[in-house]
Design a protein around this ligand. Structure first.
Ligand code: HEC
Length: 82
């Protein structure tokens, strides 16, 4: 099922609060961290796992801060491509 525009917007807000510092405004700052625009849209499980558990050394784990719902919203935003 496709995410609603509301979900994408909420994910966008969360992204800007937590992720943009490394992954760039609107997911655009190639070179600094993984380019999320290139994240495979058909792999939500990998997204969830990477976000909750992190990817050492540079990608923090968010498992203690984000709810399942937060991760779902972030995924809606990332999958939308910005
Ligand atoms: C402190 C900097 C930093 C912050 C903040 C950060 N990331 Fe990352 N992220 C990274 C780096 C660096 C990588 C690349 C890790 C690697 O491939 O070794 C990465 C990789 C990723 C990946 C790809 C992992 C994979 O499966 O290859 C995803 C997805 C991701 N980040 C999502 C997020 C989300 C969502 C947030 C906000 C909740 C976030 N990141 C916040 C630095 C950060």
């Amino acid at each position: 099922m496709d995410a609603s525009a509301d979900e994408v917007q909420l994910g966008h807000d969360l992204y800007h609060e937590l992720c943009a510092g490394c992954h760039g405004q609107e997911m655009m700052r190639p070179g600094l961290a993984f380019d999320l625009k290139k994240f495979p849209a058909n792999d939500p499980d990998r997204f969830k796992k990477s976000v909750l558990n992190g990817k050492p050394p540079a990608m923090p784990a968010w498992g203690s801060q984000l709810s399942e719902d937060d991760v779902r919203l972030l995924w809606a935003y990332v999958k939308s491509g910005g």
